[in-house]
Design a protein around this ligand. Structure first.
Ligand code: ADP
Ligand code: ASP
Ligand code: MG
Length: 428
């Protein structure tokens, strides 16, 4: 008998029909002789709708209350799914994050798991039930408050439960057939990957491919949880996230020794760029700026500083960050005008990031050349550049982003002759 953790995202349980379809899938798995733990997200765009509502009633909704509100979305779907599964003659019990022993720190909106003790989930399984857990939420022990793990966090709930229960596999069900070489909503000719290394998946997730929550990939890698990303709308084999070749201690023949050059392209529309114009060019200025931002937990992504000349050299420092932190960063910098001593601040939210990811880059020269040539041929202006061992990212104007993704996808020969199917969801 296997223990299988199945996570269903919002697009899979968007309405009553969706809930019933998922219930049938769960019952099928359980009737095949497996123990099943289900993690479920809020229905459809519920989380976004609740957030909109919060912003309508308050200018700055308190983080604790936002978590109280947002976790209600997952409570609705867990109870409905338990009802639908019971209706098929399979006993099912639902649990909130705190009932399932998902203990977190106190960071509302971005809580980290500190302990996972799914005692009641074990008990439910021992009593032949399917256990259904509300994704994305936990509880902080000292405050006794409910927390959320950050947007897309149900994936992390699923992997954390799979690790704690020593599950045989964690299946992430979504509205596409797996992880593709680019977002199939932007690139219909994107190719489904049969496997992707955790190293590449981490880079894709960190740079905007929202098919998997970044922390779920980190967690699965750390605890060796086999991760299978697939569609809840078909029975097609999806994408397996496998350990990177250099993490494999014993040779496993099913893992290819040579990896393809490029795994895929991620894009991120939610970026903003801030430029500090005319700051004095002397030691300590950059540290002052970024210390100020770090102290308020602003996450800075790319940084570029221009060259300055003259007797009293001035410099321009540009950096990108998530749009949601733009106003906070601007307020912090405005308040520190005298301390930093700049001429002007510029803010641009009309930028996006494109990242080309591939473990093969480590050992291949010429990838950067081919990448920039593809962008030049498509007449895409590059604003900023950053690289890692397995990734090249650029920032460009957001209205050119989709075109840039498609151009790079084609230039690296990633186009498939089959069109990718997106089965549901609104892409919000
Ligand atoms: P869920 O509701 O199941 O959690 P999400 O909306 O969070 O689903 O993630 C699935 C979506 O991720 C897909 O519909 C697709 O548009 C998007 N996506 C972005 N990049 C990729 C990629 N490389 N492969 C597959 N899907 C991707
Ligand atoms: N419902 C949450 C969100 O929309 C969590 C999730 O879907 O994983 O972000
Ligand atoms: Mg998701």
């Amino acid at each position: 008998m296997s223990l299988i953790v199945q996570k269903f995202g919002g697009s899979s349980v968007a309405d009553a029909d969706g809930v019933r379809r998922v219930a049938r899938r769960v019952a099928e798995t359980r009737n095949a002789g497996n123990q099943v733990v289900v993690v479920v997200s809020a229905m459809g765009d519920t989380t976004d709708d609740l957030l909109d509502l919060a912003n309508e009633v308050a200018r700055k909704p308190p983080a604790r209350e936002l978590d109280m509100l947002l976790t209600s979305g997952e409570r609705i779907s867990m109870a409905l799914l338990a009802m639908a599964i019971s209706d098929l003659g399979v006993p099912a019990q639902s649990f909130t994050g705190s009932q399932a022993g998902m203990i977190t720190d106190g960071a509302h909106g971005a809580a980290k798991l500190v302990e996972v003790s799914p005692l009641r989930v074990r008990e439910a399984l021992d009593n032949d039930n399917v256990a259904i857990i509300a994704g994305f939420q936990g509880m902080n022990r000292s405050s006794k408050d409910i927390t959320t793990l950050g947007r897309g966090g149900s994936d992390t709930t699923a992997v954390a439960l799979a690790a704690a229960l020593d599950a045989d596999v964690c299946e992430i069900y979504s509205d596409v057939d797996g992880v593709y070489s680019a977002d199939p909503r932007i690139v219909p000719s994107a190719r489904k990957l049969d496997r992707v290394s955790s190293e590449e998946m981490l880079e894709l997730a960190a740079n905007g491919a929202k098919i998997l929550h970044l922390r779920c990939v980190e967690y699965a890698r750390r605890f060796n949880v086999p991760l299978h990303v697939r569609s809840s709308f078909t029975h097609n084999e999806g994408t397996w996230v496998i350990p990177s070749p250099d993490e494999i201690l014993t040779p496993q023949k099913e893992i290819p020794l040579e990896q393809p050059l490029i795994a895929g392209i991620a894009h991120d529309r939610s970026q903003a760029k801030i430029t500090i114009v005319g700051a004095p060019d002397h030691p300590g200025i950059a540290s002052r700026i970024f210390r100020l931002l770090a102290d308020s937990e602003v996450y800075v992504d790319m940084i570029v500083q221009n060259v300055s000349t003259g007797e009293h050299p001035l410099t321009d420092v540009s950096f990108t960050l998530d749009e949601s932190q733009g106003a906070l960063a601007m307020n912090l910098l405005r308040a520190a005008e005298e301390k930093i001593g700049y001429t002007r601040l510029d803010y641009n939210s009309e930028v996006g990031k494109l990242s080309l990811v591939g473990a093969g880059m480590k050992t291949n020269t010429g990838v950067a050349f081919q990448f920039f040539q593809a962008l030049a041929d498509a007449n895409i202006n590059v604003d900023m550049i950053s690289t890692s061992e397995v990734r090249i990212s650029i920032v460009t104007s957001v209205d050119k982003l989709d075109e840039a993704v498609r151009a790079v996808h084609t230039a690296f020969g990633l186009d498939s002759s089959e069109e990718a199917t997106v089965y549901g969801g609104t892409g919000r």
